[in-house]
Design a protein around this ligand. Sequence first.
Ligand SMILES: *Cc1c(COP(=O)(O)O)cnc(C)c1O
Length: 757
Amino acid sequence: MAGYGLTQTNLHISKNSPLSTEDTMHQNLISDNDLDIHTLIAKNRFGTFFGVPQTLFDEVWQNLTASDGNSVVYISMEIGADPDVFHPIKDRLMDLERTDSMDSKLKQFTKKLFNGPEKIPCYGGGLGVLAGDTLKSFADCRIPVVAVSLLYRHGYFSQIVDSKLGQISQSVDWHPEETPGLYLLHDPKNPKAPLQVHIPFFNEHDQETIASAHVWMKMEVNHSLDFFVPELLLDFSLKDNPAPIQDAAGKLYNSDSSFIKATQRRMLGTGVLPVLQALDITSNTLHLNEQHGVVVALQLIAEELQATLKHSDFSHASDKQILAAAEKVSHKLVYTIHTPVKAGHDRFDKSVYAGMSHKSCRHILELLAQDKDTPHSYNFTTFAMRVNRTTNSVSRLHRDVTHKQFPEAVDKITAITNGVHHLTWISEARAEAFDAFPQLKNWRDDPGVFQKVKKLRNNNRFRTYLSRAWAKDSNTLYKYINTMLLRHRNQMTSTWIDPPNYYSNLIDPDNQLDPSAFTIGFARRFSTYKRADLIFDNIDTLCDILIKNKWPVNFLFSGKAHPADEPGKSVIKLILDYQEELHTKSQGLANLIFIPNYDMQIAKMMVAGVHIWLNNPKRPLEASGTSGMKAALNGVPNFSIMDGWWAEGYHDGATGWKFGHEGPVDVADLSESPESLLYTEDSASFYKTLPTVLQDFYADSSHSRFIDKAVMNLCLNIPIFNTHRMAAEYLQKYELKLPSSLQKKMDKFAALYNSNQ
Ligand SMILES: *Cc1c(COP(=O)(O)O)cnc(C)c1O
């Protein structure tokens, strides 16, 4: 049986003492120490939730349901916010446990709470992680936002890697019922049953079928535990739903057919209004994080036409009436476009999509979603570009590219450069180092504080603390890798999987990889334009550099390719195939390691533990990139192509190194065809710069220059590439009315940077 909220499943408290009765709570859990766990329980008609006090819960809910609609709905196909990398409630409870002020009952309670799974695998990569980071910053800044996304019972996919076969994708086995912090909302009219929202789907004969969804809620509670942003996750995997709906509900970015793909988009877009209505949420502003959920606009336009025509059948609306309705709806929508790459923009054959929505909507799509290249398709990016009051790209360079791609919308498109959530991505060891300096006091609440690092630049104690924290993080990372390499070798005897790493054959307890060897990190989705194999284009040249100078280098790679992306998967295979050759030709100086099943936890370990972060997409196809920002926040320099955020974060070399083709961008540069990927040119540029980087790291005389770059990353890049600043720039587009003290604080964050310069 499914658990509804906290009472039955999530806390696993004994059946006789349901947490929802306050008396039992008192008897069982209240101790006389300083954290009164009872104050972290809140209830409303949809359930009982753990993590925030009732008063706060009510405050958030009132904001979202107030008649003035002064709040924002953030719509995203994926949200990456795994509790194993950021979990302020857990941290608070652990602190208590450490100080031993927790009584044994409370200990039992927390043990049960935190022994559950800590991954919510409903994200595929950068887009989802950005969504999670954004929501966390909204929570930190106390901005009234609610998110809507989908819950995928088979996640994205789990990656196994075999050195002979390459990537093998497996369906993820996870159970929302057992995941602490996820609550299935109740039906207020029948508290024993889950809340259901109903969404009409149509077939090509315009026959209606109703698909239903359960609603799960996760609360993105901030680090001071004094605000949260609810995420509403629609779960369409219900056994009474029509088979195609269930098929489309299971896996994120299932692309088995364009029908399934379109169905998934429709679940998100068409799910928004019913779920808001069921919860009485009134937000006047809808933010589309990518175009995936744009059909919400179709519904809003339909509602507008019904109101104008005073009739439910709007199929005879004139072009003029439709455009007027669209114009009105546009005022509600804010749109973030995330990529210039074709695969990121949904296009559906009319016969596929038109069948799904009601026939009266086809006229709207004809007017607003025409694809200029393929007249028989609807283009959701075209549609999203038409129905919004403001669009943002995710870096300055991406803005310029987007202007070229959508000349008709130039006036609306500005840049808001992405950021990352500093509280999630700054490692614990780095955080401890920062805490030791009173000058940086308050860095958790205000990433702008890091501007003061300028004054610490030559402070030896600061440099030492930073270097020590770095070494600690490298050790953690290498411990993980060495254990993994050994485990893979041992697994070989019990499974059919060939260890993904050549080094698994070499490793033994006395021959482990050394954390002090220069370590280059590369991790992200595998997609051909990201060119993961670029720096191995000429292994002889690469090895010559290392051998000549006796420089040991470890290359740590990680990332998944979409299971249907054959070229992407073949790049993973290439990386595996290069391992032995690189090791041999470099006389053992170089090792190339692939870490399977990339996720936020691995990302967090890598960005803090490596010595340099590498990104080498084909310019200008990386609209922003965010993993490099995560490294920068830990003081790890980047060594990258001048694309996306790095063109802004490079600061004339103060924070890292650049290589590769630059110059003005042109529409012709957007080609992703193999012959236009500039392998020879950009890899040569990499080999040319690499010795400088290694020299700075390895030579005693210049190592301080390397540390300078680390320090300058803290000083110049943290204040810019964080999601507090980004959220503040979004706010300027939302037109919310905020209390003046909060508005002031957000203005201060916004003043840290002007993305649209
Ligand atoms: C940050 C992150 C990404 C995005 O990396 P990019 O450099 O933007 O491509 C993808 N996956 C995970 C798990 C991440 O943490």
